[in-house]
Design a protein around this ligand. Sequence first.
Ligand code: A2P
Length: 342
Amino acid sequence: MTKHYNVAIIGATGLVGQEFIKVLGQRNFPSESIRLYASDRSAGKKLFVNHEEVVVQETSLESFRGIDIALFSAGAEISRYYSPIAVQSGAVVIDNSDAFRMDKDVPLVVPEINAEDIKLHKGIIANPNCSTIQMVVVLYPLHRANPIKRIVVDTYQSVSGTGSAAMEELTTQSRQVLDGQAAVSKVYPHQIAFNLLPEIDVFLDTGYTKEERKLMEETRKIMHAPEISISATCVRVPVLISHSEAVHVEFTHAISPEEARQILSHSPGVKVLDDATVSLYPQPWSVAGTDECYVGRIRQDTSHRNGLAMWIVADNIRKGAALNTVQIAEEMVMKGWLIPGG
Ligand code: A2P
């Protein structure tokens, strides 16, 4: 990766934005410059980028001049407004919001699965939802070996998925509860400390939430498998980082847990942690800060003869957001699909 690119990060002060900065540095992304943008509240703030201080600027119509690649994570509204402007200025946008994910002209990409879809972009590439990414990274290699017919997934999603204010709310409320005070909720509709909330994003007419719909629709789009039936229940849990998922999968033919472990042990981006004799399985705490999608508790689903049940955990801020976005950018650079100044 020798060519050098001008990169803009929109939402640079947020949890994912700061992880973008970290991941770009850790992976030596070939950047000529990295410019940082956020709201007017953060203008003038300084953040370290590759050991040098960079001043955060307010996002504006001028922010994208000379930018080759713009990484967005400032919410869907900002993405909807500024992405077309960035594209008009000649930048390729990789967007971490849900603004464009289901648009038919926008590739929705997990590089381990559908990197070739990147080529179809018209300026904007969407990064999938965090809970979708970790599930498809694990399920896709199994689907290729033995087509999946049905998925039932229940998620246990950490508060970092909501942003930095939610992490603050969990820690503050935990102290309040332990000190015998009333827990004050500002981000979530109810107390999250020592509690579970089966509500992520808004409720839809179907009775599902928008988060559940994203997980169901995005999975089919990324895997190019419109025929798979999926049902999801998404639950917010009092965990700071990493999402966990209990996944029940029905395949076309019978598949043994050992066969699945064998396939997954050679699959890109997947790590199998599965040994009940020593209580070895992925946990959100130990997975936080790492890049892989971890899977364990792989067992026969006793409710279906072609079924497997498993437990999937990944860091939602890294593989679920910043890392996957940077991997899309790397893929474009490696394949020669990103032309500096183009
Ligand atoms: P700011 O820190 O200036 O509010 P998180 O998801 O962790 O809460 O982060 C959200 C990110 O989106 C932050 O970087 C935040 O910047 C940014 N953001 C919020 N509103 C705007 C806006 N109107 N224009 C640009 N960036 C915004």
